[in-house]
Design a protein around this ligand. Structure first.
Ligand SMILES: Cc1c(Cl)c([N+](=O)[O-])nn1CC(=O)Nc1ccc(S(N)(=O)=O)cc1
Ligand SMILES: [Zn+2]
Length: 259
């Protein structure tokens, strides 16, 4: 691993530069369904993505990220545990190595092949994503599990683009992609207060994790593993895999269930 890059040295090292790594609302967590509290006051979530404007897809050396224009409330998540609409900023994935699982959240100790994160920020209360990213109610991340089975008919649009961003630091246009096509049929969810799962690990995320996974093929997940942690100019070529943080202590937090 690139010894200079702290993130690349993995979770056990992070607390040295980011003491919040051992904080009271760290993510991900293991979700134990029968220990979650069903809260009838928790309404459904709504995803208004129809006017969303994707810009590009990037290999940032830790994951592959699709960025969105966020000048107004053209694509937001609202309802559920959220007091305001939160604007879609980007989405990215976490995955494992061959055969090993790669989701960040686990359910009763079980992990999925991969996990998709749709990152939103509270533009009602905060002026910029950066400001929101350090506020306790600044971000809302929608987590969707990817389970292996049949081919996902729309994920091809993402995996086909991955060949263009193999190396760390590469970016390519990725317009007019609506992530609504990556949602499962049910929007039932678990929600809890947590953090970013990579440095700076800010404790600013209201997590909304969908109960129903989407089904993608092993072949499609394998395309993600063709990406590299390393840049084109580096001698070493290190496959991008296992870019997930393991579950963190719950520290007394309550996980609520939509129903
Ligand atoms: C911290 C920050 C700021 Cl501030 C900005 N910015 O543009 O102002 N960008 N980033 C980077 C970022 O977003 N990281 C991030 C890390 C983990 C996750 S995860 N897995 O979903 O918890 C979501 C995002
Ligand atoms: Zn993530």
């Amino acid at each position: 691993r690139n010894t200079f890059c702290l993130v690349c040295q993995g979770p056990p090292v992070w607390h040295k530069n980011y003491p919040v790594a051992q904080g009271n609302r760290q993510s991900p967590i293991d979700i134990i369904p029968h220990q979650t509290s069903h809260d009838p006051g928790l309404g459904p979530i709504t995803l208004n993505y129809d006017q969303c404007t994707s810009i590009n897809i990037t290999n940032n050396g830790h994951s592959v990220v699709v960025e969105f224009e966020d000048p107004d409330d053209r694509s937001v998540i609202l309802g559920g545990p959220l007091d305001n609409p939160y604007r879609l900023k980007q989405f990215h994935f976490h995955w494992g190595g061959k055969g090993c699982h790669g989701s960040e959240h686990t359910v009763s100790g079980n992990s999925y092949a991969s996990e998709l994160h749709l990152v939103h920020w509270n533009a009602v209360k905060y002026k910029t994503f950066g400001e929101a990213a350090t506020a306790p109610d600044g971000l809302a991340v929608l987590g969707i599990f990817l389970e292996t089975g049949d081919d996902h008919r729309w994920l091809h649009m993402i995996t086909d683009a991955l060949y263009m961003v193999k190396f760390k630091g590469s970016v390519t246009d990725f317009k007019a992609f609506n992530p609504k096509c990556l949602l499962p049929s049910s929007l039932h969810y678990w929600t809890y207060l947590g953090s970013l799962t990579t440095p700076p690990l800010h404790e600013s995320v209201i997590w909304i994790v969908l109960k129903e996974p989407i089904i993608v093929s092993e072949k499609q997940v394998h395309v993600f593993r063709m990406l590299l942690f390393t840049g084109e100019e580096e001698d070493e070529r290190i496959r991008m895999e296992n870019n997930f943080r393991p579950p963190q202590p719950l520290k007394g937090r309550k996980v609520r269930s939509s129903n």
